[in-house]
Unconditional design. Structure first.
Length: 406
């Protein structure tokens, strides 16, 4: 953490003096809530920036708040087929940065300036990758929490004369962190057994198995949850330092007489324990379906004698869980559907479920994630529930962004 603060401080000291004499883009961000919005992610279409600062390049800008403090930022390329033959930055996707709105602060203003100096690379706080060194896991993390899920190689039978783990599941795993820096690469390099022990950075203390884990999906027929297998393919769209966006695709499966396939798009922002997930289902034989989004009923490590509490709040479409383990600390998990798609709650033998209506070909937006007591932020169930309710309110009342010239 010290090195991250030092890098930010050095940049704040150096960058303002390097701004060129060109104009500025002014970004005004507002919202309607009285509550605090920490790590609010602000996205601005680059086309709007380009109108005010034509020819601006992603490595030669500075983003500043109203006090002149330089902020970390990210520029995405969400349309890789776009061309920029003149090198003017017209093919960029979005400018992304963050602001901590205090309670009662409903508006903030920022400036975007072109610079003569090259901007630094900012510390990575959100990250995703395919993990071929452990069959075909796919893992993602931010500065708060980490996750992984499993590909087709893990589901394959053990080859003759060979030895490997076999697990058929489309559930989502949780890795608990007590540090803000990235740990996915480090933990995989440590070896499979090591990350099941807390050696100072956190641990894998969550059990998935064939359950939905923390936010996996299935088709609910009123009695049974029909689930797919391990993800089939992956695609990374953006990869930090502030936001990671990626897709996981799932092969077709039979669900109560209809054929279903799914693509999940994950948006993982720095500073957030709950990631946004947009699941798009293709349904053959029906236009709509009810989806169950699950939390594993029994996710604790073996021998941890868990004490488990749960709460469902229909008004916000939220399902939370608080799992106290004997020596591993306490883990809060949540699934949240903050929209009119919410259809209530259910459960089966493995999962607690939030139900939502989906239409074939149209994305369902929901949130899923976790918080660990040993990270120090959520030490009571009340604190975890409050965090989830805050996220629900923010999802229902997004910020408004206006771009003007100076």
């Amino acid at each position: 953490m010290h090195s991250l603060r030092l890098a930010a401080t050095l940049f704040a000291l150096l960058a303002p003096g390097s701004a060129s004499a060109a104009g500025k883009a002014v970004i005004t961000v507002s919202h309607s809530l009285d509550l605090a919005r920490p790590s609010e992610t602000i996205t601005v279409p680059w086309s709007e920036i380009n109108k005010v600062l034509p020819g601006a390049l992603l490595q030669r800008i500075a983003v500043k708040d109203s006090s002149g403090r330089v902020l970390p930022y990210q520029v995405t390329n969400v349309a890789p087929q776009a061309k920029d033959p003149k090198g003017e930055g017209v093919a960029y996707g979005e400018l992304i940065f963050q602001h901590d709105f205090a309670a009662g602060e409903k508006s903030a203003t920022f400036t975007i300036e072109t610079t003569d100096a090259v901007s630094p690379v900012f510390p990575t706080k959100s990250f995703a990758r395919y993990v071929p060194e452990r069959l075909d896991d796919f893992a993602w993390e931010n500065d708060k929490i980490a996750h992984r899920t499993y590909g087709p190689a893990l589901a394959e039978p053990v080859p003759a004369g060979g030895a490997k783990e076999v697990l058929v599941t489309s559930g989502l795993d949780v890795w608990c962190k007590r540090v803000a820096y990235p740990i996915v690469d480090r933990w995989y390099n440590k070896g499979h057994d090591h990350y099941h022990k807390d050696e100072g950075e956190g641990m894998d203390m969550y059990q998935v198995g064939p359950s939905r884990g923390c936010g996996g999906t299935g088709i609910w027929d009123g009695k049974t949850l029909h689930v797919g297998r391990n993800y089939k393919s992956w695609k990374i769209i953006a990869n930090g330092p502030i936001r990671a966006v990626f897709e996981l695709s799932y092969d077709t499966w039979m669900a109560n007489g209809v054929m279903v396939s799914e693509v999940k798009r994950f948006t993982v922002d720095a500073g957030h324990n709950l990631a946004q997930i947009e699941s798009t289902f293709q349904i053959t034989g029906a236009k709509e379906a009810i989806v169950g989004i699950g939390l594993n009923k029994n996710p604790a490590d073996r021998g941890q004698e868990p004490q488990i509490e749960t709460k469902s709040v229909a008004a916000s479409g939220a399902l939370t869980q608080w799992v106290a383990q004997k020596t591993n600390g306490t883990l809060g998990t949540a699934v949240l559907v903050p929209s009119d798609a919410f259809q209530g709650f259910a459960e089966d033998d493995r999962n607690l479920l939030v139900l939502a209506k989906v239409t074939t070909g149209q994305p369902l937006r929901y949130f899923a994630g976790a918080g660990w007591s040993k990270a120090g932020e959520f030490t009571t169930y009340a604190a975890w529930q409050s965090h989830v309710e805050n996220r629900a309110a923010r999802a229902r009342a997004p910020v408004s962004v206006i771009v003007t010239s100076n």
